[in-house]
Ligand binder design. Structure first.
Ligand code: HEC
Length: 156
């Protein structure tokens, strides 16, 4: 690759990195207007109504993320993310208690996409980047941050 092309490719990578970091960590995620939700959902604010009518909000993303989590992650991390799923005992180190996680968003994103081994962590954590869409991963991250006990400012 010629130097100029290499620089361009690098710039593109950096740009993509920044863009994905921004997309993954919006400074102020759009929040659902509770009053509007009660009105639109005829008083009963169900997950389905939130996802259907307020799909661009953090709340809808968290609901979608919970569904993806239930499909792919509970076997190891457990129903509530405490690392006590049915297959937990098969893994050393054990599946992380995700409610106690304090890892930054971008790191968490990389672990989910690339898996444990690529991040010098336990091999028991599979890579999900080729299985889940970017939107699904983003939704999962919003869900994971919503169940964390130690909330970080601006991280949902
Ligand atoms: C086959 C078992 C298994 C499945 C399924 C699994 N994980 Fe994991 N996961 C692990 C293990 C084991 C670790 C701990 C690795 C370590 O600590 O080195 C881990 C660690 C993690 C971490 C790192 C936590 C931190 O703060 O450092 C995250 C995030 C995570 N998993 C998310 C997920 C998500 C999201 C899914 C579903 C898409 C998922 N995992 C599915 C086994 C699994």
């Amino acid at each position: 690759m010629k130097p100029a092309a290499a620089i361009a490719a690098f710039a593109l990578l950096v740009h993509a990195g920044i863009a994905s970091a921004q997309a993954a960590a919006p400074a102020e995620p759009k929040r659902m207007d509770a009053g509007a939700a009660v009105k639109t959902c005829a008083g009963t604010v169900t997950d389905e109504c939130v996802v259907r009518h307020f799909k661009d909000t953090l709340e809808a993303s968290v609901i979608r993320g919970r569904l993806v989590y239930q499909n792919y992650c509970t076997l190891c991390h457990g129903k509530e993310g405490k690392g006590d799923g049915r297959a937990a005992r098969l893994h050393t180190p054990p599946p992380f208690d995700l409610t106690l996680s304090a890892a930054p968003r971008d790191y968490t994103l990389q672990v989910v996409r690339r898996g444990g081994e690529a991040m010098n962590r336990g091999k028991g954590m599979p890579p999900w980047g080729d299985q889940l869409t970017d939107e699904q991963v983003n939704d999962i991250l919003n869900y994971l941050f919503s169940i964390r006990l130690h909330k970080q400012a601006g991280k949902g």
